[in-house]
Write a protein that binds this ligand. Structure first.
Ligand code: NOJ
Length: 560
């Protein structure tokens, strides 16, 4: 099928279904809740929804442990509700993409149950090994969520591999039957009208032959050098591409440890295996590799990461732009300022929404939801949070360890969506499955709808503008003052337009001067967070003030 690359002109919205909107009062978000909110989603000017997993699941990792790939969980309303949402979205011109989680399944998936009993054809669907002669696990790999990567199964008398939680058994992608299953799953959803997939940890699906011991230099992720970008990865992705090519769909690959150069191995070239890549580098502005190893936020570090990706993919691949998702604490609490919540939320929005690529907004980001901080570890739900707490830095005082949890927990961004100032933030009429952030009386959709200066309306305007301006789609990227710790300033430039994005990254007022060659009195201020004048060379910026100027070259015709 002829591909239209529609995703390049799109803005996505991510829904983590459990916490979006509960329609039936059981305290868990569901698809009829999404259905009720489709007009709200449309009002954000977004073009596509990515759903975190909706499949039946025992929820050891909230849906990332799949029990049936061709059904929708009853908790979310089942297949009937899904089809209603799919049709309702399509009627509004919104596409829908599913999470495809095929590195592993739940240990309650019928394939696993049959495999554990040694039944054909499922016997080799997973990665089973005998232990060492002394009974210890087959190699030294760590799981990323729960202890060692091997779990002994008494029924089968062997260990199975789980790179994530114990209840997430890794599939054996080297088995051609497993790859056929993946293709069947893809066709099932694409034939139903789904518009693509976000492919969960897709770069982990091929493990090195012989499963050798991992390097000791990778504490906590031992073995990762043998399963990240494994030997048959590209071959398998190409096999899947044959199916995907029958549809005009998008594929977004999630890939820990990704650099721009490596990303191009997947999304570059004439017939790319995938379309977009989710890299983790933009989440490292305040940490080393993952949020549990925290350092103070560095704007300089973040700017250089953004610049590297903008330059690295330019003309060769397409960026995927995000600030938040269900795996990271809320960005205002990390990179912005809770004290200047709205202002810093606007700066963050402009900082990424005018870069080149396909941006995605995570539910609640558009109203500036912040991270929840719970008193004790027992109040947390997320398997990774609980594991990290009990495994790392255990000698530190509890207070310090809880601080690490606040800085890193995925639960921080999984609290129910804040719709209004009513009970449970308008998320449910029942008892919410997880705590609502207590700031909902001040931070909610209903209030922001009424306020033209709200963050919500700023997001709407920024998204509208980025779609209207060709320079955002095509223009080059240039970062000014890369080493300035309190200012983000970048230019997008095309033949006839220049866009200057200026975000002050500070709790105090300061003078901002624009680069030589710019005269602010000749530009059109198309987006701003504050009032206030400017002279030719700059202005006095209020804390976290954001301005976006458009310069149109009068001698050249406007691009359309
Ligand atoms: C990445 C997903 O985004 C995350 O939520 C999940 O826990 C892991 N992959 C394992 O599936």
């Amino acid at each position: 099928m002829e591909r239209t690359f529609w995703y390049r002109d799109s803005v996505f919205y991510q829904i983590w279904p459990r916490s979006f909107r509960d329609s039936d009062g059981d305290g868990v978000g569901d698809l009829m809740g999404v259905y009720e909110k489709l007009d709200y989603i449309k009002s954000l000017h977004v073009d596509a929804i990515w759903f975190s997993p909706l499949y039946p699941s025992p929820n050891a990792d909230y849906g990332y442990d799949v029990m049936d790939y061709m059904d929708i969980s009853g908790e979310y309303g089942g297949m009937g509700a899904f089809k209603k949402v799919l049709d309702g979205a399509h009627e509004r011109g919104i596409r829908v993409i599913m999470d495809l989680v095929v590195n592993h399944t739940s240990d309650e998936h019928p394939w696993f149950l049959a495999s554990r009993r040694g039944e054909e054809p499922y016997r080799d669907y997973y990665i089973w090994r005998k232990g060492k002669p002394d009974g210890s696990p087959p190699n030294n790999w760590d799981s990323l969520f729960e202890g060692k990567a091997w779990q002994f199964d008494a029924e089968r008398g062997e260990y199975y591999l789980h790179l994530f939680a114990i209840k997430q058994a890794d599939l054996n992608m080297d088995n051609p039957r497993v790859r056929e299953e993946v293709k069947k799953i893809m066709r099932f959803w694409l034939d139903m009208g789904v518009d693509g997939f976000r492919e969960d940890v897709i770069t982990f699906i091929s493990k090195k032959e012989g499963l050798p011991d991992g390097s000791r230099l990778m504490p906590a992720a031992r073995g990762i050098n043998h399963y990240s970008n494994g030997p048959h990865l590209h071959e398998y992705l190409m096999e899947f591409r044959d199916v995907l090519d029958e549809y005009d769909c998008v594929t977004i690959g999630e890939a820990p440890l990704l650099t721009p150069r490596r990303a191009l191995e997947f999304i570059g070239g004439k017939r790319p295996e995938l379309d977009l890549m989710i890299s983790f580098e933009c989440m490292e502005g305040d940490c080393i590799s993952q949020e549990y190893i925290h350092h103070p936020f560095s704007l300089v570090k973040l700017k250089l990461i953004w610049e590297r990706w903008q330059r690295g993919l330019r003309g060769k691949g397409w960026n995927f732009l995000y600030l938040e998702n269900h795996d990271h604490p809320r960005v205002i609490s990390r990179y912005g300022s809770e004290k200047f919540r709205v202002e810093s939320g606007k700066a963050l929005a402009a900082a990424y929404l005018f870069q080149q690529g396909t941006p995605i907004i995570y539910q609640g980001q558009e109203i500036g939801m912040t991270s929840i901080r719970l008193e004790s570890i027992d109040q947390y739900e997320d398997v990774q949070t609980i594991h990290n707490y009990h495994r790392y830095f255990t000698k530190e005082p509890t207070e310090k360890r809880m601080q690490r949890v606040w800085q890193s927990s995925r639960d921080a961004a999984r609290t129910p969506m804040q719709w209004d100032a009513g009970e449970n933030a308008g998320f449910t009429s029942g008892k919410p499955w997880f705590r609502v952030n207590p700031n909902y009386p001040e931070v909610n959709v209903a209030d922001q709808e009424e306020d033209s200066g709200s963050l919500l309306n700023f997001y709407r305007e920024a998204v509208r503008l980025r779609k209207e301006l060709p320079v955002v789609h095509y223009g080059s990227f240039r970062l000014f003052r890369p080493l300035d710790k309190k200012l983000l300033m970048y230019e997008r430039r095309s033949k006839s337009q220049r866009l200057l994005v200026i975000c002050s990254w500070s709790d105090s007022a300061m003078r901002v001067n624009v680069p030589r060659g710019y005269d602010l009195t000749r530009g059109k201020l198309i987006l701003r967070s504050h009032g206030g004048e400017a002279d030719k060379n700059g202005y006095t910026a209020q804390p976290w003030e954001t301005r976006v100027y458009l310069f149109q070259d009068r001698k050249k015709p406007a691009e359309v």
